[in-house]
Design a protein around this ligand. Sequence first.
Ligand code: GDP
Length: 510
Amino acid sequence: KILEEEEEEGELVERPPVVTVMGHVDHGKTTLLDTIRKTDVAAREKGGITQHIGAYKIKLPNGKEITFLDTPGHEAFTTLRARGSKVADIAVLVVAADDGVKPQTVEAINHAKNAGVPIIVAINKIDKPGADPERVKRELSQYGLIPEEWGGDTIMVPVSAKTGQNVEELLENILLVAEILDLKANPNKPAVGTVIESKLDPKKGAVATILIENGTLHQGDYFVAGYTWGKVRAMFDERGNQLKEAGPGTPVEILGFNEVPQAGDKFIVKKTEREARQLAELRKRKREEELLAKKARLHFENLAGQKEINIIVKADVQGSLEAIIKSLEELSEKFEDVSINVIHSGIGGITESDVMLAAASNAIILGFNVRPDAAARKAAEEENVDIRIYSIIYDLVEDMEKALKGMLEPVEREQFLGTCEVKQIFRIKGVGTVAGCLVTEGVIRRNAKARLVRDGVVIYDGEIASLKRFKEDVKEVAKGYECGVMLKDFNDVKPGDIIESYEIVQERQE
Ligand code: GDP
């Protein structure tokens, strides 16, 4: 919409829709993406060998194009969106006709709904003897996806990803929805896009796939992506062919980044190298400052003035889940100006997908007798998502009541780890200042937070950047041992200083 207002009408041209394929594991996402890839009529003229770059574009016999994201899992959708970029225009939800709606199907529906992305259902595996497409339709109806033939507005196409049956029809329906969405872009301006995937290639250096959303990218263009920058040294399509330029809707793999950007970073072409570098450096500094400031930030603090709290509920058993949701509804009704909005709920542990959905929708995750797995914990930390664990429903409801009243107690607190005393200073050229220390209490931990205290006054509050014992990197050094400590971005250390190491932990409310 904004695009249309900004652009000169005449310069806008149709662009290919960007499609993400979602669904439960083993329902046939990969197979469908492979089959679709083979329908590309331009494959022959493109030549080359298929490579995985995270997205590909196909041309249909009628000349129209569609871009598919083939990033595994929900990543294409959720990571990207959590970082503020809505990449996909349309979601294809794959549901196996012999298996029906499963937990990840429901997750996918909620992700797409939250992003406001239209869903087309591919009822897959209809070639199998046990296939029951009607059952899938019935089940999907319970989640608000009503098939057109039943008077609803969700397109459902029975397909076989394996035999290719009806896949063309599915593609036609994608084009149909795309037409309604009226997707336009202006190829005559500097490129803007999103990082879909990125990696550090041992030979080529930092490599990333960019989906060009607007404008045209040219070899030699300078760009910023998040806090990285660079110059397009070379770019390739999904068949490894080198391109000189790429227009809207085209995914391209690019060489020439100074560092590896993150999936979801916005990619913007800049006029000069200087502009690109300065913007990237500014962002990097800002990000570092934010990380420092983040330490004890609370989500509930930010609720003031909000009308709705988005909640994701995960519980161990159906009975508890129902009881919690019912209690939350009752609680919500007690308040007039604010409400609780359960955007997703399910049985089982807290997953990365839950966290990404929470990040994308600014939601809080409530776990009842369940825990986040390692990936979810990591994602929660990166995305700053609040996970609260309970074992008593009453506590959960009480907390939510407090949240609604905007007065919840802090959930994060500081955990003291230990202290060490600086005995000696080593200035190492090109590295910085290493403080030779003796641990006097507890432990000193690498990557933990750290304060430098001089004569009782805190003169630095940041992080331990490196921790060594006899030149070797170690994770932790305990009381009574000596170690070499480097503080992040801080070199003004003196003998006699005290370094205190601490962590920010989440207070479990059990
Ligand atoms: P994903 O986990 O959703 O990516 O699922 P896959 O594409 O890996 O498919 C899982 C399994 O289902 C594989 O063994 C596929 O060969 C099989 N499969 C996928 N689509 C079909 C289909 O249309 N018909 C049949 N019979 N099997 C299929």
